[in-house]
Design a protein around this ligand. Sequence first.
Ligand code: NAD
Ligand code: 89V
Length: 339
Amino acid sequence: MKVGVIGCGFFAQNHLHAWRDIDGVDVVALCDSDKKSLFETGKDFKIERQFGDAAALFDYGRFDIVDIATTVPSHRFLVEMAAQNNKHIICQKPFAETITDARAMVGAVAATGKTIMVHENFRWQSAVRTVIEELRKGTIGEPFFGRVSFRSGFDVFSGQPYLAEGERFIIEDLGIHILDIARALFGDVGRVSATTRRINPLIKGEDVATILLEHKGGVSCIVDCSYATRRQVESFPESVIEVDGDKGTLSLDVGYKMTVQADGKSETRDLSPPVLPWASKPWHNIQESVRIIQQHFIQCLHEGREPETSGHDNLQTLSLVEAAYLSASEHRTVETAEI
Ligand code: NAD
Ligand code: 89V
């Protein structure tokens, strides 16, 4: 499988390391409109074929997959160009700026018969994956309550300055992952109620969000996110999960400790992720998930099946983002069918 990567910025470095780890995958070309990022990334990863714009990359065209690792404003344009050029596509989150764009992007790729997956990696973190599997095994019975929480004071703005500049921040950038984990745990959602706050005066968007999800299967789940939480131990970038079921409870706590209580027994397991040779703390959790999701994509292509976090699947996660913003701005519960 030959890959062309568009976007050689902050996060693409993780994609490139992960591609190198996956057997049978070769990154053959890079593209970035920023010459310095393009040149330095090419040098670091020894990739000589470099293009300053996407049209030139597609004119070259000798690859099977395009990996779009740019920020969201370019996603629709690049996905549609990739579809016109009949490539399989992996596209970073947030998939699109609006649900209308996202639906158009999924439609454009469906018409080609190629595969599109959103690089929605948080549900692929190994600790989160173990929680999903534990729940599916039924150890704690039928879940009726959940909480998926991400609370941190970590300075994300120095690595990703664009996060301080958008009208929207935490739900669109980070909450999207946490909402996606809630979907992976409890399925799709019927109604959404949300509140938002901005605590940090130096950024434009909201940095605190509290969201109540009413899942169609009957679970009530709280998704709460904050980048204004100053506490020791700083837990970035861990997601904390609590689930109550009719036979027991399950929690994933800070420090990657999963506790399952059922049948009068309590068992705690350490789910600390490995630090891959190219990874660094505290990002190692996310970095491991990048390798896992990209491996999943390649496996799905080999087996001819739809990836779990396909473009089509991600429309449901994006609709929760839209519903949460609408709910917070209009101070009301929003039906997902409205989106
Ligand atoms: P970045 O700004 O550091 O890098 C983006 C690169 O894309 C830049 O070098 C820019 O020049 C290039 N680019 C933009 N538009 C282009 C175009 N049309 N053609 C060619 N090059 C173009 O951004 P980043 O922090 O690497 O974020 C990229 C994406 O990754 C974002 O969507 C972000 O949300 C996502 N991200 C995901 C995670 C995660 O854990 N899943 C973490 C960080 C960032
Ligand atoms: O996952 C992300 O998209 C990142 C971060 C974890 C820092 O929020 O922006």
